[in-house]
Ligand binder design. Structure first.
Ligand code: IVH
Length: 704
């Protein structure tokens, strides 16, 4: 969380002001009705702040169509009146601005707010769902705040809004309709398959989908409730109860009625007693944001008690008892300049987008992932396109979609390579991810450097430069050749004296004895990383057992599903000559401490349910027996030198299960310095936390 506000647009004269108003009105209309705007949220915010600044200096020249002071920027209308106005929210952008808002609230109420409710600001569209006698009867958009559009036709496609409540009450549930990231991707797949243009982002997709009436297809959306009010005076008791209830109680009531709320997410609404506590929760939610399966654009803080809300009152646009603490935008529009095709260490040819540099939340973004050629075709991306780029936390930036209506006609198709861009071999296009037919040998330097890396065979003295030298000298044509290098061969290389040669030979001899898990990882079996390699090695104990396994047997390894198992079998078959060569060179092919699966069990046992991906199996004894442990942040003290992989190995040696993601199932989170979202998630779920030093004591016997 930066707490920084991007500057307002600078408006110099009345003409620029009029233009700015027009642009803002257009963008706002697109925002609320599912069209695509030329402006991303950040640019829109800056424009409106510029408009507001100019109006403050020229109050007599304010244009009636100006978006300032209006719900939804005045962009939309509807014909179903709201019983109680659906207001918007004012924004703050920093702890200082929030503290000032809390003070002004205290001024209005006569004392500090008794309690606050703090919840994520969901990035979708406000909607009112009317229930009569417990049955969903009407769905209405916010519209201009006093009347909205009837979108009841969408009722069946909104998850989280039940057809029937658990009680026959007549109430209005208010909340946000959005698309989760998965729903958005699905929606764009379906839409493009029907010949439509992809939506630029999930918000846009939700807005367009909600209003669409006669589409040949339906795509699901999700509702999260954030308000509950009585609808008629036929139930005066209920009306009084709801009117007097604290916001947090209303949310619990809504959930009890069967309505989806944030209570079921990693960022449930919580209450906080002080401004400091609110700010701490704001930081937590901000840290959790990148890992959420839906978009949030801030945090909403509300006075929790009905009495405080009534005392604060509301303005025409927004209530005075609630505020949106905006987080930096994670999406910007920029241009797709070029597509690069890079060959990875296993021969995969991956496209990467080169973008016109754009700043998102303090970092300049110039590249984004593009997955695979089929994905480019499906999304109809073209060179020169304006694209919506998404970047949250440390996740690699991605292109959400082209902003199709900004096309000029000068955009060019993206040309796919016909031969491997690295070695010129043919390309295997049989799968979604294209691969050089030369496989691992195409980018031998990358594959050997990876194999020699710290978390694989850990061959000291075999850095990238040395690998290049060995490959260029023709001494090494695959991984196994490393282990038959002679003293003479090494001495013949430039800058290789006796000492470096002996050191490298000793490091290679040590590497031959590494456990099977690391050998597997060094081989770079596609679809298996470090933790999966460890799970496979522990399960099968020897390379022979692993190679004898069919897909069914491989599926018994935790976390390997029906899709992955056959591809692992195929990979091992492809790697067979290399594995034989490595074994012949004396490389260890067993996992210390593991026992092979009993053959009888292999035949009769039902395949185990795949565990959550990213988890390793727990072994029987040890200080962490039965525990699922997540390590995050930088290690210190006795564990300082251990890489994340080595920490996970340690957890498993101690009988625990290592995992990369925090959930309710996590038993312990080892949080070192700089731990961010995982620590926050552990705190919010009440999962036990340990410092690296505390953890070192737990596993003291294993670290010696
Ligand atoms: S409360 C009277 N709570 O943000 C209070 N709004 O920018 C009105 N929003 O119109 C809203 N998450 O569409 C509230 N937890 C939340 C929210 C939320 C998202 C939206 C809502 C509102 C807009 C204002």
């Amino acid at each position: 969380m930066t707490g920084m506000t991007t500057p307002a647009a600078h408006i110099v004269d009345a003409a620029a002001y009029a233009q700015a108003v027009e642009d803002a009105v257009q963008a706002s209309a697109a925002y609320y009705t599912g069209g695509t705007s030329v402006l991303d949220d950040d640019a829109y915010d800056r424009l409106v702040r510029g408009v507001a600044a100019w109006e403050a200096a020229h109050p007599e020249d304010v244009l009636p169509e100006s978006p300032t002071g209006k719900v939804a920027g005045g962009a939309v209308e509807g014909d179903v009146p709201h019983t109680v106005a659906m207001l918007s929210l004012d924004n703050v952008f920093s702890p200082e601005e929030f503290t000032a808002w809390a003070a002004s609230l205290a001024g209005r109420v006569g004392h500090e707010a008794e309690r606050y409710s703090v919840e994520p600001k969901l990035d979708g569209l406000a909607i009112a769902a009317r229930y009569t006698g417990g049955r969903l009867t009407r769905l209405i958009t916010r519209g201009d705040g006093t009347a909205g559009e009837d979108v009841t036709h969408a009722a069946g496609t909104v998850e989280g809004l039940p057809e029937r409540l658990t009680e026959p009450v007549t109430v209005e549930v208010r909340g946000e309709v959005l698309m989760t990231t998965a729903q958005f991707e699905h929606a764009n797949e379906v839409r493009t398959a029907h010949g439509g243009q992809p939506f630029a982002n999930p918000r846009n997709a939700a807005a367009g989908t909600l209003r669409a009436k006669d589409r040949a297809y339906t795509v699901p959306m999700t509702f999260f409730g954030y308000g509950l009010l009585p609808l008629t005076d036929t139930e005066p008791g209920l009306a009084a109860a709801l009117g007097e209830a604290a916001h947090s109680d209303l949310m619990a009531r809504a959930a009890g009625l069967g309505v989806n709320t944030t209570a079921a997410t990693a960022v449930p609404g919580v209450t906080a007693d002080t401004v400091e506590d609110v700010l701490a929760r704001v930081r937590e939610i901000a840290a959790l944001r990148p890992a959420l399966p839906f978009g949030i654009d801030g945090i909403v803080v509300k006075a929790d008690l009905a009495a405080d809300q009534q005392a604060a009152g509301s303005g025409s646009r927004a209530p005075r008892w609630a505020i949106a603490y905006k987080l930096p935008a994670v999406e910007k529009i920029t241009r797709l300049l070029e597509v690069e095709w890079n060959v990875g260490r296993t021969g995969i040819i991956a496209p990467r987008a080169v973008l016109a540099p754009v700043e998102i939340d303090g970092s300049t973004i110039t590249y984004a992932t593009l997955h695979n050629p089929a994905d480019i075709t499906r999304r109809d991306l073209r060179l020169g396109d304006h694209v919506m780029v998404h970047r949250a936390g440390d996740v690699i930036p991605r292109i959400e979609a082209p902003v199709a209506h900004l096309r000029t006609g000068a955009e060019q198709p993206i040309v796919f390579p016909e031969a491997c861009p690295r070695c010129g071999s043919a390309i295997d296009t049989g799968e979604q991810r294209w691969r050089c037919e030369n496989g691992r040998n195409c980018h031998l330097v990358a594959s050997l450097s990876y194999a020699a890396g710290r978390d694989q065979l850990d061959i000291e003295g075999l850095g990238h430069t040395r690998v290049v030298q060995l490959v260029e000298a023709g001494l090494v044509a695959d991984l196994a050749d490393l282990f038959t290098l002679t003293r003479e061969q090494l001495l013949g290389l430039d800058r290789m004296g006796e000492t470096s040669t002996d050191k490298l030979l000793a490091a290679l001899a040590t590497a031959k004895g590494r456990p099977l898990a690391r050998v597997l990882c060094a081989l770079g079996v596609r679809g298996t990383g470090r933790s999966m390699s460890r799970r496979i090695a522990r399960h099968f104990a020897t390379m022979d057992h692993l190679r004898a396994a069919d897909a069914e047997a491989i599926r018994r390894v935790d976390g390997i599903g029906t899709e992955k198992a056959p591809s692992i079998v195929a990979e091992l078959a492809e790697l067979a000559p290399l594995i034989d060569k490595l074994a012949a060179a004396g490389v260890n092919m067993t996992e210390p401490g593991a026992t092979p699966p009993a053959p009888a069990a292999e035949e009769t046992a039902e395949p185990a349910e795949p565990a959550q991906v990213g988890e390793s199996p727990a072994s029987a004894g040890g200080p962490l027996a039965g525990m699922t442990v997540v390590v995050t942040g930088a290690m210190t003290g006795p564990l300082e030198k251990l890489s994340r992989n080595e920490m996970n190995e340690l957890v498993e040696r101690a009988g625990g299960r290592s995992s990369s993601s925090v959930s309710r199932k996590t038993s312990l989170v080892v949080a070192g310095e700089g731990a961010g979202s995982k620590r926050a998630k552990a705190e919010s779920l009440g999962v036990r936390l340990a410092t690296p030093d505390e953890f070192a004591v737990l596993v003291a016997d294993l670290i010696g």
